[in-house]
Design a protein around this ligand. Structure first.
Ligand code: C5P
Length: 222
């Protein structure tokens, strides 16, 4: 692969869910196939970028020509992302668990005559917000995703401001849409200057169009 609009750029992508251990055999997780994030990694490599993909546990092959870092928990994902910086573009497509189990057991929790174990939760770091709010070494373009089931645009605009990113890719993941685990996606690109709604596309086409869009954005904001 010789050419492409992102030659000489480093693109960092998170994908998949995180797993937060309850004990050595159980975990809390979000629903995420990793299909959209992995498709974005593939598209970034096809556009000529050097690509680092930090992925939670998924049932997908490693995209060809991409450096893949496998992680389990949100805290591991943040550490791997920080390790992979600097990057020109960072795209946070992972479905990160908002909470981890603060009192995770080091041994398997056993049933105990009907007495229920009490899990206490602690909030995970927000990886997107942490990187977007960095003073030194912030990637030039920071992109977040917003999976919503209602008020998609409104929630995405609030998220854009709160997280401090440049672009939010918002989609409606209501079960009827079949986005989660499926091969198609309908997205809205939300920036400070407006909303661009794309037609329903394959996740591969969303990834390709997104990389082309980001390549144009980074050109005009050197
Ligand atoms: O707040 P919410 O989880 O809806 O935000 C989604 C966006 O934030 C996604 O881009 C997701 O990858 C990112 N995120 C993150 N770390 C978290 C939670 C969300 O990077 N702990």
């Amino acid at each position: 692969a010789a050419g492409g609009p992102l030659v000489g750029r480093h693109v960092l992508i998170t994908s998949g869910p995180t797993h937060e251990p309850i004990d050595p055999v159980r975990y809390i997780a979000n629903r995420s196939s990793g299909k959209q994030g992995h498709a974005i990694a593939r598209a970034a490599a096809a556009a000529g970028a050097r690509v680092t993909l930090v992925s939670g546990p998924v049932n997908l092959p490693d995209p060809f020509g991409v450096a893949v870092v496998q992680v389990e928990s949100a805290r591991d994902m943040l550490a791997a992302v920080e390790q992979a910086l600097p990057a020109d573009i960072a795209i946070f497509a992972a479905a990160v668990a908002d909470w981890r189990v603060a009192n995770a057991g080091t041994q398997k929790i056993k049933k105990n005559g009907g007495a229920l174990p009490a899990l206490s939760l602690a909030e995970n770091p927000d990886i997107l917000a942490t990187i977007a709010h960095r003073n030194a070494g912030r990637p030039q373009l920071v992109v977040g995703f917003a999976a919503e089931t209602q008020n998609v645009i409104d929630n995405a605009q609030k998220k854009l401001a709160r997280k401090g990113c440049d672009l939010i890719v918002a989609n409606d993941v209501s079960p009827a849409n079949g986005v989660m685990g499926g091969d198609r996606n309908t997205v809205h690109l939300v920036t400070a200057s407006g909303v661009d709604t794309w037609p329903t596309l394959s996740k591969a086409d969303v990834a390709e169009k997104l990389m082309a869009h980001l390549a144009r954005m980074i050109e005009v904001r050197p």
